[in-house]
Design a protein around this ligand. Structure first.
Ligand code: CP3
Length: 350
């Protein structure tokens, strides 16, 4: 058997091998749009779910069992490491919140850089369980992830989700040293955390920078890029390729390329072909169907998926959404999407 025959399709796409079809997985593929997930959430709180390896592994596998994606992303949340650093985090109906947000240098100094195994061993347990569950499906990749320092800092400073990001921007303008100190601690935390995930069995890792797109290119170069570079250069790419996702990345794609990931995950605002022209052929691309396309009737959704399949091609391309799947998404459309990608292998067969 050739070595690539035992390497999951998703990993082969990250490495830009030519395939009979692209791999498919969806950001936030486990979650509230699935009745199986809602049934578990009726019984356990969100954080408790993240910290119960058996349940978290079960939830991670729900979309895989229902639709057969080529990747299983571990069930967890980007806000687990900030909690391990010493912050209280609460997941309520209105989304996550931090009752005691970071306001000054002393707050930053109080944060620890947690040993990922000691403080977040439950995450590593989820990964190990998933690897053993997937042992009989060697073509399916196990995906680990973390939030980027900037995105984590927005929640830690704003105290939760935000519309205007006035607090973190205020710190960026008035006390950039304090913000850099926080981002530096987060970068160390995230590096250790992702390497521990790789050690525990993650075969590819994605860095989520959901709020990277609120900065100008100049600000991004100062407050985001160095930390992406620091993290990405300290991960073992040989063991696990790195996917970088920035939402609202229009204009930022060249800076994403400078961070040196293996895969650039493109949001819905830039076409895959334009992104390829901008970043060049060195990177595999992932994306970028608009999440709301999944609300359309099948006769509208189908040509959108097919057109993206043609655009992405079968080398260095991973089919995904441009952002996370939304809770009201009809499950039948998710099934249709995954099936269309899988059937595209027939179209590529000579
Ligand atoms: O299936 C998967 O992709 C794995 C699980 C996953 C979750 N969150 C589960 C979750 C992943 C990869 C994340 C990442 C995450 N979390 C991001 C980056 C990705 C993105 O969407 O931009 C962000 C910004 C967060 C922070 C977060 N967690 C928010 C803003 C919220 C509330 C709003 C929302 O989308 O639900 C959460 C809670 C959360 N994380 C839920 C899930 C399934 C819903 C919790 C519930 O069951 O009530």
């Amino acid at each position: 058997m050739s070595p690539s025959a035992t390497t999951p399709r998703l990993i082969r796409a990250c490495r830009k091998e030519t395939l009979d079809r692209p791999p498919v997985w969806l950001m936030r593929q486990a979650g509230r749009y699935m009745p199986e997930y809602r049934a578990i959430r009726e019984k356990v709180g969100f954080l408790e779910l993240c910290k119960s390896p058996d349940l978290a592994a079960e939830v991670s596998l729900q979309p895989y069992h229902a639709f057969g994606m080529d990747g299983v992303i571990m069930f967890s949340d980007i806000l687990i490491p900030p909690e391990a650093m010493g912050m209280e985090v609460v997941f309520g109906d209105g989304g996550p919140s931090f009752p005691n947000p970071i306001q000054c240098a002393a707050d930053v100094d109080r944060l620890i850089i947690p040993d990922p195994v000691e403080k977040t061993g439950f995450v590593m347990d989820v990964l190990r369980k998933l690897r053993s569950e997937l042992a009989s499906s060697p073509d399916t990749a196990l995906i680990g992830f973390a939030g980027s320092p900037w995105t984590l800092a927005t929640y830690m400073i704003e105290g939760g989700g935000s519309r205007h990001f006035a607090k973190i921007k205020g710190m960026m303008y008035e006390a950039p040293d304090v913000l850099h100190r926080l981002l530096g601690k987060l970068a160390k935390t995230v590096t250790l955390y992702l390497n521990a995930q790789i050690e525990a069995g993650a075969q590819v890792v994605q860095l989520f920078d959901t709020w990277g797109g609120i900065l100008s290119e100049e600000e991004y170069r100062r407050f985001i890029l160095p930390y992406h570079q620091q993290i990405i250069s300290n991960l073992s790419h040989d063991q696990a390729p790195v996917i970088l996702y920035v939402n609202n990345s229009r204009g930022l794609l060249p800076l994403m390329a400078e961070a040196g990931p293996d895969v650039i995950s493109v949001d819905p605002l830039t076409s895959i072909s334009n992104a390829r022209d901008i970043v060049g052929s060195r990177f595999a691309l992932q994306g970028n169907l608009d999440s709301t396309a999944l609300f359309c009737p099948p006769e509208v959704l189908k040509p959108m998926v097919q057109s993206l399949l043609r655009e992405g091609g079968n080398q260095g391309y991973i089919f995904n959404l441009g952002h996370g799947i939304l809770p009201p998404t009809p499950v039948e459309n998710v099934r249709l999407l995954v099936n269309l990608v899988k059937e595209s292998a027939l179209a590529h067969t000579p």
